[in-house]
Design a protein around this ligand. Sequence first.
Ligand code: ZN
Length: 262
Amino acid sequence: MSRWRALVVMAHPDDMEFSCAGTLARWAIQGAEITLCIATDGSTGTQDRELMGRRLHEIRVQESEAAAKVVGIQHLEWLDLRDGYVEYTLDLRRDVARLFRRHRPHRFVVLDPTPTIEDRFINHPDHRAIGQACLDVSMTAGTTPGHFPELLDEGLDPWRGLRELWIAGPGLKPRLVDISETIERKIEALRCHRSQVGDRSDEVEQFVREFTAELGRSAGFSHAESFRVISQGPGFHAGEQEDEVDLGDLAEAPTDLRSAKA
Ligand SMILES: [Zn+2]
């Protein structure tokens, strides 16, 4: 049995930690090979005019490397797009298709591109553009040779072995994963982002503990993360024999959308 692979594409250096670090840590413990790609350079995530720009980017690379290690992510890559300026272009779609074909994921974790979250707040424009490009690649440019044939010249064949697309990000989603055993790793990974949490790290920790506890309550999990999981579509389940990888057992449950408020 070969190891199964997860590709996680996020917009900013701390998106993974807030949205899915507990789940990825579980997958890492189960033996998955995990690649995280951070699409932007994280260079504008500050109110400090002295810090913004390349200097902040360099700090955030170090923070992200430390956090990835805590979670158990083996590979970290950057697309180096300018933080806050991402637009959905064909170039972006090609960049994501290149990643998808190169890493050939069984699970593809992407950001929710929904413009507004639960009538409460606006989803970041970088999340929307990158999330939408990832969704589209999973059914077009990642899986079909006629989309960006130049990728064939790079030796990158379409990948048709995706099993599941996991949509992560803020807002309550229909599937809960039990992260009771990995909540400490999630918190420790978040604390690595000192340029972001800084003096507020205790506050952030408390918020994350309460939020994940509230989310898990309806399923009897001490802490949970929620996702939308899609497992069917063109290009799914076709690339390798089904029995070649075992995605393992995930303690999970449907979200009780009426009672959970997180
Ligand atoms: Zn973000």
